[in-house]
Design a protein around this ligand. Structure first.
Ligand SMILES: C[S@@+](CC[C@H](N)C(=O)[O-])C[C@H]1O[C@@H](n2cnc3c(N)ncnc32)[C@H](O)[C@@H]1O
Length: 281
């Protein structure tokens, strides 16, 4: 596996760990706006595409909050993650308690097959994906969504605002290295990292969409110390890859931050943004 591949695959355990915090962070008003928009459409069934669906966290959050007649298509290049969602069709219901139908498809989103996979979509959604992609890819996605008249609900895109309180003298050193690492290729080309929310807005507005953005930060304290520690460990690893010569200093920083979190002496806010956009007439 080369470097780009390694950073484009995610551990199932990590996705499970982050799911409750992701759900708590999401901007409810944008989910409600998506539900209202779908309810105003005349389709017999609403085809909802989830890009980079992973273990189906976005489906589990959205299905019970959206109106009846949902058909979901979960797309991911990791068949193993998609297979964990097999039982969801029996568990998931829509806002009226009715059934939701689901299909999964193994797809490399960077491939030429992206556009065909969006055919028939009424709502295109994604969670925690866009830091991995490029501006060109977002332009391609916006063009394809606009041609199909699909609304989009993209959530939990990192925005680069990380605040650890109290501060540590090396926070800025690690976060600068992290921001640089986030721009490495993740199979799409040089990644957008924290620039994704602004690029999404610009690309969809340029194609006549009405765009609303809301912030959806993770708020992590001692009660989510397992997630917080895994996050700090991920930051440590990325920063060390970016600056191996500073590994000892970065390791010390990570140990101090995890220790403080577990003692209840650290509060973490990790910035994300959600975006809902409806196509022009
Ligand atoms: C951070 S995870 C988020 C997963 C899920 N949306 C969630 O919220 O739990 C990013 C997802 O994008 C998928 N992914 C990354 N690069 C991809 C690509 N080129 N094609 C398809 N899926 C990709 C990964 O396999 C992973 O499931």
């Amino acid at each position: 596996m080369n470097d780009a591949d390694r950073h484009a695959y995610f551990a199932a355990d990590w996705l499970s760990l982050r799911e409750p915090v992701d759900h708590a962070a999401r901007a409810e008003s944008l989910t409600a706006a998506a539900a209202d928009w779908l309810a105003g459409q005349a389709d017999a069934t609403y085809r909802i595409i989830d890009l980079g669906a992973g273990r189906g966290s976005n489906l589990r959050y959205l299905a019970p909050r959206l109106p009846a007649r949902q058909h979901w298509c979960l797309l991911d290049h990791d068949r193993g993650l998609l297979d964990t969602t097999r039982a969801e069709a029996d568990r998931c219901t829509d806002a009226n308690g009715g059934p939701v139908t689901i299909e999964t498809r193994t797809l490399d989103l960077a491939s030429a097959d992206l556009e065909a996979a969006l055919d028939g979509a009424k709502l295109v959604s994604a969670a925690a994906l866009f830091d991995l992609v490029t501006q060109d890819w977002i332009e391609r996605l916006a063009r394809a969504c606009a041609r199909r008249g699909a609304a989009v609900l993209f959530v939990l895109s990192i925005d680069g605002h990380i605040d650890l309180a109290p501060a540590h003298a090396d926070d800025a050193v690690v976060f600068d290295l992290l921001a640089a690492h986030q721009q490495r290729d993740k199979q799409f080309g040089a990644a957008l990292g924290e620039r994704a929310p602004a690029v999404l807005q610009q690309a969809f507005e340029a194609r006549g969409y009405t765009v609303t953005r809301r912030s959806s930060p993770w708020q992590i304290d001692r009660t989510q110390s397992e997630l917080g520690a895994a996050l700090i460990e991920g930051w440590r690893s990325a920063a060390c890859e970016q600056a191996p010569q500073a590994a000892a200093r970065i390791d010390d920083w990570a140990k101090a931050r995890i220790r403080a979190l577990r003692r209840g002496e650290l509060a973490m806010s990790v910035g994300h943004e959600d975006m809902f956009a409806t196509p022009g007439s």
